[in-house]
Design a binder for this molecule. Sequence first.
Ligand SMILES: N[C@@H](CCC(=O)N[C@@H](CS)C(=O)NCC(=O)O)C(=O)O
Length: 286
Amino acid sequence: MTEQYQPPKVWTMDDESGGQWASINRPDSGARHEQVLPVGNHPIQLYSMGTPNGQKVTIMLEELLALGVSEAEYDAYMIKIGEGDQFGSGFVEVNPNSKIPALVDHSGDEPINVFESGNILLYLAEKFGHFLPTDLAAKTRTMNWLFWLQGSAPYLGGGFGHFYVYAPEKFEYPINRFTMEAKRQLDVLDKQLAKTRFLAGDEYTIADIATWPWYGNVVLGKAYDAVEFLQAEGYTNVLRWAKEIEQREAVQRGRIVNRSWGEEWEQVPQRNSAADIDNALALKPE
Ligand SMILES: N[C@@H](CCC(=O)N[C@@H](CS)C(=O)NCC(=O)O)C(=O)O
């Protein structure tokens, strides 16, 4: 048996704990350096990265543009979280929590700062009147699943993904614990999607837009390379839903924004106009 860790009386930060994100983690908040955020020409300015939380917002903006909502035109700037851009003074002014995505809406008299991805989806849905039903029962069903996602995804990403992919060693206890929870969550989604086409019913909503980049990407094999480990093919309703949403043009456009990894055609590190996405997608082999 390995020597057991005994927590000291008072926790102090010693060496970096190892793992992919260790060099940026610290037990305090706030700006670490001066860094002014760029501002483009469109009313909506997004500061983000193409992780699942980032994809939620770019997919939503592309969905709005696909409906012809030209006021949803946006500039999307890359915040390199591995390099600590989220701790720059400009970003912290918009989001004191130093996490992407963050959005500034310059369309009114005063800029409005919006952070927390679920809240950004709600803001855009209410501002433009799409992807959130107005009927109280249907709106509540949508918010049930939006809140469910915001509470659940940290177990998938920060729990399962962290210990299965990013931690410096494969530790059995946390992998067991978070795999159990990730599979339980997939089963929750699967049972719901056995009853309804989309999470909140027949309508595609911000609940689906929030959930697809996490659980959709996992069952499609686009996150954590864990399809076999999680036996993801068994969640047939989640897979059916994930494939249907993946076919949407706005999803194919939004998922590659603020991304600088993967295939060349999947990389749009900065988006200032639709042409930035068109040009990347033009490189996609037939
Ligand atoms: N609850 C937040 C979570 C955002 C979040 O965890 N963002 C990650 C990337 S997916 C991040 O910025 N991490 C950088 C860091 O922790 O320093 C939201 O939904 O917006």
